[in-house]
Design a protein around this ligand. Structure first.
Ligand code: ADP
Length: 487
């Protein structure tokens, strides 16, 4: 089966969030299952530099007013997965974050930048002369790839089957309708039965409307986005397409998130080895300047700092937990000024119990995951969430909001869950009171070392591998091809 995956960020080349982890790991897992998979992404400077075995494969010409563009083929790291990069300096040769300028605002030409991504994905599906290869399946990820199936629909002809994955419905790529012309899409698509969204253009809606199948990254989120609370205005469309919508949990990359092989740790340990983990706790406390007390419950956050992630609840609860309940806290993240300031003020007041690193640090993220006792993720919305799965693997008990993929991956130690045995703590509601109560439950259980270690060791054996998720994607692709064959 030939599969073209398209995404706007891919780990380890360019990453701002979980999408990059998925786009980096899924193609490798599909390849291991025997699929002929290729990956398409914009040729940001970091991606062009990091791709190995680079060569120019096609001149893409000048489309959508983007200036001259070429298609460069490389490899994703050491893997055999071909990586196709759209080398279009006018659109992509910019520093830093793929979506935002240095002022923190979206690049004003994002419709063109990601329009070209969808346009090129669609061309690769229809024009074999570009690479000598044509996919059976086009699998686009998030709004940045939403226009690809729209172009295929506009152009007509024999096209591959299309799958579109929503990683977070809150990000929709909504732009002024005047862009339609620049994007070389027909006027008729600017309709409710098309990519129109409240008189604007929505790239995400285009992906949902024109793809054969829609997936999202957990079964619970697939249900939630059909409801007004989480549907962000697309709930009606998604309910109408319920038969084509499913949830497939993301996996975690065992080569990167595995305490036994983790090169960022001074003390590597086998998943479930709680003595090995204890050494990492001491090392982390030393590194962060916290008292090296094994008996203190060390809580951690590694996150974007915003209220989707429930970080206001963490800020609210921390003083009481640090001052009156003998907890420690290690925080790593960045976000809006208000959240960063909120955390910094707490860190100034509670420097003896709390360490904070504002920014992005892959090494520190790994060491925090290995050293902490509990991982706080009181999200209000969480399509899948990866960090709670890393926590489970690293023997760190997650405390999570009752939403999306968190429900599908964490079972409460008192109430159980879909996977049966309890693995962490699930908030009863998304309030400061519920978060404090969950931390206090964790703190009480933490005193029972035998039971705590038993749960943590059992968690480390749970299977969140990409192999499992990739098999579900392959089944979906196969059923889609079968249904098209039969049509
Ligand atoms: P989301 O994609 O919504 O941000 P996920 O839990 O799905 O949340 O994935 C977040 C990913 O980003 C994880 O790999 C996590 O380790 C990483 N991450 C988030 N913030 C930071 C940070 N400040 N430093 C290092 N890694 C981070």
């Amino acid at each position: 089966m030939r599969i073209l995956l398209a995404a706007s960020e891919v780990f380890p080349l360019v990453k701002t969030g979980g999408l990059a982890d998925v786009a980096g790991a899924l193609p490798l897992a599909l390849k291991r299952l025997g699929a002929d998979v290729r990956l398409l992404m914009p040729g940001y400077p970091a991606a062009l530099e990091a791709a190995t075995h680079r060569r120019i494969v096609a001149d893409l010409g000048d489309h959508l007013g983007s200036g001259p563009a070429r298609l460069i083929e490389g490899r994703l790291g050491d893997s055999k997965v071909p990586l196709l990069l759209i080398d279009c300096p006018r659109l992509y040769a910019r520093p830093g974050n793929p979506y935002l300028g240095p002022d923190g605002a979206d690049w004003p030409d994002n419709p063109r930048r990601f329009g070209l991504l969808g346009f090129t994905a669609a061309r690769l599906c229809m024009d074999e002369s570009l690479t000598g290869w044509r996919p059976d399946i086009l699998h686009g990820h998030d709004w940045q790839c939403g226009l690809a199936p729209a172009y295929l629909s506009a152009w007509g002809g024999v096209r591959p089957a299309t799958v579109f994955t929503i990683h977070n419905i809150a990000y929709q790529g909504v732009f002024d309708p005047s862009w339609l012309d620049f994007l070389e899409l027909p006027e008729r698509m600017m309709s409710v039965a098309g990519l129109e969204y409240y008189a604007s253009i929505s790239f995400l809606k285009a992906g949902c409307w024109y793809s054969d199948k829609i997936t999202t990254v957990s079964p619970t989120y697939a249900r939630e986005i059909q409801m007004p609370l989480q549907g962000c205005g697309l709930e009606g469309l998604l309910r109408g397409r319920a038969a084509d919508l499913s949830g497939i949990l993301n996996g975690i990359d065992d080569a990167i998130w595995n305490p036994a092989k983790d090169s960022y740790l001074t003390h590597r340990y086998k998943p479930g080895d709680m003595l090995g983990k204890a050494r990492n706790k001491t090392a982390l406390q030393r590194e962060l300047g916290l008292p090296m007390r094994p008996d203190r419950l060390l809580m951690a956050v590694i996150s974007r700092l915003n209220d989707h992630k429930g970080m206001d609840l963490v800020i609210h609860c921390l003083p009481d937990l640090l001052m009156h309940h003998h907890c420690q806290f290690a925080g790593l993240g960045s976000g809006s000024a208000a959240f960063e300031t909120g955390f910094k003020e707490l860190a100034d007041h509670h420097s003896h119990h709390m360490a904070l690193h504002i920014g992005y640090s892959e090494p520190l993220a790994h060491r925090i995951m290995a050293g902490a006792d509990v991982f706080l993720m009181p999200s209000r919305a969480e399509p899948c969430g990866l960090t709670q799965m890393y926590a489970l693997k690293y023997g760190t008990l997650p405390i999570v909001g009752a939403t999306g993929g968190l429900i599908d991956t964490v079972a409460d130690t008192e109430r159980g869950g879909p996977k049966g045995a309890g693995s962490g703590f699930v908030l009863e509601e998304t309030t400061p009171k519920a978060l404090t109560s969950a931390v206090l439950r964790a703190s009480a259980l933490f005193k029972d070392k035998v039971e705590w270690n038993r749960i943590a060791a059992a968690n480390a054996g749970l299977d969140f591998s990409w192999g499992q998720s990739a098999r579900q994607y392959l089944d979906l692709y196969s059923s889609l091809l079968r249904s098209r064959g039969g049509a």
